[in-house]
Design a binder for this molecule. Structure first.
Ligand code: KG4
Ligand code: ZN
Length: 340
């Protein structure tokens, strides 16, 4: 079964054709990130105006790359939420129009849940259930229990900022105008904290909620802690920035690893699935692999971690449940517990 999916929940406009939920035939992404850099963040109106221009060319390119025409597609899928209303509307209205014209079934998709299906796109080995799934992105840090592709239960999530947001905010504080978590990762790789001739003053940041009983996260305090520690230094040279980046990355990844393993132990799962933009972080991958000798750990390929339409198509295939296009609307505040 071939699904054409459209994703436009944030500043990306993406379309993909995926066969049977696992085989990517095409995956096209257009992003207005460069424009947003100019303004120091995403400007919703700017994003939506760009998306309206590129949604049709992106869909056409996805069909062309897959060597399919729209009539040979079996179903359509679209992200309905959560996300920016102006951006979501562009994908949703385009998908509804396509459904009307082609008379193909249309499957609405929850973007946050869909992230985890990046692990189902040609994995090296099939996912074994039950699994604990951590979705860790710019807007979400959520833990789910996955008993099958269709049976998902939310276990916990962030009480305030998402892990990606913590990376993005602290990256700006360190002076990185763009790149967010990726900029922190690259700077952290150049740290001198453990070098033997290092005369650095130690930087120690908190690991929020590391030892509490819940499966929740909290990252908003980290930004304040970084700011406070940062102000203690009179000069902020490159070495200091790199060492701060290292400690920020350690603090965030320590909590993500510990809480996810705790969830897996509590629910006796065989596998752990990680997904979302922060799953691209190489230090996070290394820490999980070091800590998990008995469990199977799944990470999507780096390019499938950040927003794209391939995992939207994959989730749509496993979930099914097409809805009459008249009844589909953009849902910017869609909850992570709604299995749409
Ligand atoms: O999943 P995504 O593309 O968009 C959302 O749905 O939010 O995730 C974007 C987030 C950003 O916060 C970005 O800083 C973070 O993923 N990110 C990373 C890395 N690459 C992207 N965080 C840490 N390390 C990375 N290598
Ligand atoms: Zn996302």
């Amino acid at each position: 079964m071939k699904i054409l999916a459209i994703e436009s929940s944030c500043d990306e406009t993406a379309a993909a054709v995926v066969e049977d939920g696992t085989k990517i035939l095409s995956n096209v992404i257009a992003s207005s990130t460069a424009m947003h850099r100019k303004y120091g963040g995403i400007v919703p109106e700017v994003a939506a105006r760009e998306q309206i221009k590129c949604v049709i060319p992106v869909i056409n390119e996805a069909l062309e790359n897959a060597k399919k025409d729209v009539q040979s597609i079996d179903a359509l899928a679209v992200t309905v939420g959560p996300g920016l209303i102006g951006s979501l509307l562009i994908g949703v209205e385009t998908a509804k129009t396509l459904a009307l014209v082609t008379k193909k079934p249309l499957i609405p998709v929850n973007h946050v849940i869909a992230h985890m299906f990046a692990n189902f796109l040609s994995p090296a080995q099939p996912v074994e259930f039950p699994a604990v799934s951590l979705v860790v992105s710019g807007g979400h840090t959520e833990l789910f229990l996955m008993e099958s592709e269709k049976k998902l239960t939310w276990l916990g999530g962030t009480l305030d900022d998402a892990a990606g947001e913590a990376f993005d905010k602290t990256a700006r504080l360190l002076g990185f105008a763009n790149g967010g978590g990726k900029a922190i990762q690259e700077a952290a790789q150049k740290n001198t904290i453990n070098s033997t001739n290092s005369t650095n003053t130690p930087i120690k940041l908190p690991r929020p909620l590391l030892h509490d009983d819940s499966l929740n996260f909290s990252f908003s305090g980290l930004k304040t802690a970084v700011l406070r520690a940062w102000k203690k230094f009179e000069t902020h040279d490159e070495t200091l920035i790199n060492n701060f980046a290292f400690e920020i990355q350690e603090a965030i990844t320590d909590v993500l690893v510990a809480k996810t393993i705790k969830a897996a132990q509590l629910h006796h799962t065989q596998s752990i699935l990680i997904s979302g933009g922060v799953a691209a972080n190489t230090r996070l991958r290394k820490k999980f692999n070091l800590n998990l000798s008995k469990l199977n750990i799944f990470f999507p390929p780096i390019e499938l971690c950040t927003d794209n339409a391939a995992y939207i198509a994959s989730y749509a295939f496993f979930k099914g449940k097409p809805v009459d296009w008249h009844d589909i609307t953009a849902l910017p505040d869609l909850s992570v517990e709604e299995n749409i």
